[in-house]
Design a protein around this ligand. Structure first.
Ligand code: NAP
Length: 339
C-alpha cells in the first residue's frame, strides 16, 4: 500500500476543522500531521473534548516550511481575506492547498472586492485556482494545486441547477433560490445575532440582495453550463445546529418534462457517489445529517418547477466536499473515508 496522504489543518480551532478531523481520523489513506492556529500550545483535545484519545497533536503556530516538510496538503479553515495570506507561502513551499474560505472561488478579483470589501492580494494564484465541485469539475481538480472549496449554500444550489441550465430546459433568467441554513454555517465564534437567545425559536430571512454566495452561485452555474444566469437568492437562518434546505423556483423551457429533467440529472451525476436523486419522499435536512450526501428532487407546480435540495453544511457543504477534493487530487478513490 502506498504511504498515507499527510494532512495539515490551518485554522484548527474552528468548526470546519473539527468536522475535517471527525472524518479524517477515520480515513484509511490519510494521516493528520499538523494542526495550526493563532492560539498555539494547547492540545486539540482541550479545544474539542470529543477528540480526547483520538488525536493528541499540539496546535502549532503557522509555519509554511514546517507544513511543507510534514504535510502533502493543507486545508485552510480560516475566514476569507486570511486564507489568501497563507496560501501563497504554502504553494511556494511546494504543497497543495484546499481552501475552505471564499478567497479563491470568484475568478474575477474585482467581483471579489465588490462583494467581500477586501482587496484581493493573490491574483496570481487566483488564476490557477480550480473551483472544487467534484461532481462537475473532477478532471480539473485532479490536476490542481490550489482548490477553492465551494460554499455551503452554493453547493446546494449549483449542483441541481447547472445541468438543467446547460441543457436549456429551464429559463436561466427566472430562478429564485430560497435557502435555510442551520447556525453552524456562521462558524464557532458567535456574533450577537448568532447568540442562542437570538436564534432559538427564530426563523428569519437575512442579507437579501447582499449575501456573498449570490455571485458564487451565478459563477458556479456559468462554469458548469457556459450560461450567464439571473438568480434571486434569499438565505434564511433556522434554529438547527446544521443542515441546509433549498427550495428553488424555476420555469421549464422548451417543453421538457420532469422525467426528462431527472434523466439529465441521472446522466450528469452517474459517477457521483454522494448525489441522490429523490422521486418519492422529498429531501430533508434529516436525511443528510452528518453525511456527505446532497439530495435533490423536482416537482411540477402550475407553470413552475420547484426543485428541493438538501445537504449538511458541515459535510457536503464544507469538510466532506474538501475531502472529496483531496481524494481526487491525490488519486485516491473518490469516496474514501466518507462512507
Ligand atoms: N461553517 C460552515 O458551514 C462553512 C461552510 C463552508 C465554508 N466555510 C468557510 O470555512 C472557513 C472556516 O469556517 P468555520 O466555520 O470553521 O469558522 P470558525 O469556526 O469561525 O473557525 C475559523 C478559525 O479561523 C481562525 N481565524 C479566525 N480569524 C482569523 C484570522 N484573521 N487569521 C487567521 N485565522 C483566523 C480561528 O482560529 P484561531 O483564532 O484559533 O486562530 C477560527 O477558529 C470560513 O472561511 C468559512 O466561510 C464554513
Amino acid at each position: 500500500m502506498s504511504s498515507p496522504v499527510r494532512v495539515a489543518i490551518v485554522g484548527a480551532t474552528g468548526y470546519t476543522s473539527l468536522e475535517l478531523l471527525r472524518w479524517l481520523l477515520r480515513h484509511p489513506l490519510v494521516r493528520v500531521t499538523v494542526l495550526s492556529s493563532r492560539k498555539p500550545e494547547q492540545p486539540i483535545s482541550e479545544i474539542f473534548p470529543e477528540l480526547l484519545g483520538r488525536i493528541d497533536l499540539p496546535i502549532e503556530p503557522f509555519d509554511s516550511r514546517i507544513i511543507a516538510q510534514k504535510a502533502d496538503v493543507a486545508f485552510l479553515c480560516v475566514p476569507h481575506a486570511s486564507a489568501m495570506q497563507y496560501a501563497p507561502e504554502l504553494l511556494a513551499a511546494g504543497g497543495r492547498v484546499i481552501d475552505l474560505s471564499a478567497d479563491y472561488r470568484l475568478k474575477d478579483a474585482g467581483l471579489y472586492e465588490k462583494w467581500y470589501k477586501h482587496t484581493h492580494t493573490d491574483v496570481q494564484n487566483l488564476e490557477h485556482a480550480v473551483y472544487g465541485l467534484p461532481d462537475l469539475f473532477a478532471e480539473q481538480i485532479a490536476k490542481a494545486r490550489l482548490i477553492a472549496n465551494p460554499g455551503c449554500y452554493t453547493t446546494c444550489a449549483i449542483l441541481p441547477l447547472s445541468p438543467l441550465v446547460k441543457a436549456g430546459v429551464i429559463d436561466p433568467h427566472d430562478i429564485i433560490v430560497n435557502a435555510a441554513s442551520g447556525i453552524s454555517g456562521a462558524g464557532r465564534n458567535p456574533t450577537p445575532q448568532h447568540h442562542f437567545p437570538e436564534r432559538n425559536e427564530a426563523f428569519e430571512a437575512y442579507a437579501i440582495g447582499t449575501h456573498r454566495h449570490a455571485p458564487e452561485i451565478a459563477e458556479g452555474i456559468r462554469l458548469g453550463s457556459g450560461v450567464q444566469v439571473g438568480i434571486t437568492f434569499v438565505p434564511h437562518l433556522v434554529p438547527m445546529d446544521r443542515g441546509i434546505l433549498s427550495t428553488i423556483y424555476t420555469r421549464p423551457a422548451g417543453g421538457c418534462t420532469v422525467e426528462a429533467a431527472l434523466d439529465i440529472w441521472r446522466r450528469t451525476y452517474a459517477e457521483s457517489p454522494f448525489i441522490r436523486i429523490r422521486t418519492g419522499i422529498g429531501p430533508s435536512t434529516k436525511y443528510v445529517l452528518n453525511t456527505n450526501f446532497l439530495d435533490m428532487a423536482i416537482y411540477s407546480y402550475e407553470k413552475r418547477w420547484v426543485i428541493v435540495s438538501a445537504l449538511d453544511n458541515m459535510v457536503k457543504g464544507a469538510a466532506g466536499q474538501a475531502i472529496e477534493n483531496m481524494n481526487i487530487a491525490f488519486g485516491l478513490p473518490w469516496s474514501a473515508g466518507l462512507n
